[in-house]
Design a protein around this ligand. Structure first.
Ligand SMILES: NC(=O)c1ccc[n+]([C@@H]2O[C@H](COP(=O)([O-])OP(=O)(O)OC[C@H]3O[C@@H](n4cnc5c(N)ncnc54)[C@H](OP(=O)(O)O)[C@@H]3O)[C@@H](O)[C@H]2O)c1
Length: 308
């Protein structure tokens, strides 16, 4: 199989640098790094950063582009890469909810990836672990209602937010809500709800979300309360979740950081409702929450593509 020619667009950012790392770990060698004119010419290991111009991305010499550049820039640049013939996996929210564009977590709805027309969307970094946990529970007992509280690391807000946290005295660190607020909820909360409904193909599933940024560098944690249609004992839920994710009695961001898998633990009955379960999921938001999931989406398609 010929080596796929891969462009990492946004390569200097929090997600982009981890994307380069994950590609290296998985043995890909034909990789180019793109970012804005600001960092064109700088070195990232043995790569020289190129400016992500429409001309460069549409030149026809890339099989795959992994975008992590922010929503507005994705809207500008992704169509050029598609025009050049690359499969594009976009990690911003630009395309996630667009009808006809697959929004994919390979372990949850990987079969949807085949329906792409050049663009595939990578979900929000909290949606990926949440849907990974909800899917086996839904298959077993039907999910009727979900409540989620997130505790999201600074790296979820990008490389600058990581620098700001590094420069903060631990005693001065505070919680932050740095998302757009519409007077009722943050856009992050609306994204988590709508993306979960799309991926699970449950458009009417009631989901209440409360997002919080915590002074942690890497690793998003989510407390989840689920009501199921049928009774589901915590021991059975533990079996189901353990088959899909990695069981950990007390998962924390520190334990998840640097790992490729999603940790799940504290699985117990929620005594406030009839068929209620409560648990905690934690994952590395830069790896499975972003870079790794996007590579896994592409891997569902690359083999067929380069041999065609
Ligand atoms: N951080 C996470 O956990 C996470 C998880 C899932 C999804 N995402 C999404 O991924 C995207 C990037 O997030 P991030 O955290 O990596 O942000 P970041 O650290 O701020 O990095 C942004 C990257 O985009 C590049 N860029 C900005 N404007 C550009 C332009 N006009 N042309 C080309 N490149 C441009 C930057 O390059 P320069 O160095 O040249 O400025 C940098 O490489 C966002 O849409 C975010 O929502 C992030």
């Amino acid at each position: 199989m010929p080596e796929p020619r891969i462009g990492v667009v946004g390569a200097t950012g929090a997600v982009g640098t981890v994307t380069l790392e994950c590609l290296r770990e998985r043995g890909y060698t034909d990789v180019r790094a793109f970012a804005s004119a600001r960092s064109a010419g700088t070195r990232l290991g043995d790569l020289t950063v190129e400016e992500a111009t429409p001309e460069a991305l549409s030149a026809g010499d890339l099989d795959l582009c992994l975008f992590s550049v922010g929503t507005a820039t994705s809207r500008q640049l992704v169509p050029h890469a598609v025009r050049g013939g690359a499969i594009c996996v976009d990690k911003s929210s630009a395309y996630r909810l667009e009808p006809g564009i697959p929004l994919v977590v390979p372990e949850v709805n990987g079969e949807r990836a085949r329906e792409h027309d050049g663009i595939l969307a990578n979900p929000n970094c909290c949606t990926i672990p949440l849907t990974s946990a909800l899917k086996p529970l839904h298959d077993a007992a039907g999910i009727a209602r979900v409540r989620v509280a997130t505790y999201q690391a600074a790296s979820g807000a990008g490389a600058r937010a990581m620098e700001r946290l590094r420069a903060t005295e631990p005693g001065d660190a505070d919680l932050a809500m740095d998302w757009d607020y519409d007077g009722e909820e943050f856009d992050e909360e609306a994204k988590l709800r709508a993306e979960t409904q799309k991926i699970l193909e449950l458009p009417a599933l009631p989901i209440s979300v409360s997002c919080m940024r915590v002074p942690v560098m890497i690793g998003h944690a989510e407390s989840v309360w689920v009501e199921t249609g049928e009774p589901l004992a915590p021991d059975r839920a533990r079996e189901l979740l353990g088959a899909a994710l990695t069981l950990d009695d007390f998962p924390t961001p520190g334990r998840a950081a640097g790992r490729d898998d999603i940790l799940v633990g504290r699985i117990r009955r929620d005594p406030t409702v009839q068929n209620g379960l409560a648990f905690l999921v934690v994952c590395d938001n830069l790896r499975k929450g972003a870079a790794l999931n996007a590579i896994q989406i592409a891997e569902l398609l690359l083999r067929a593509r380069v041999t065609a």
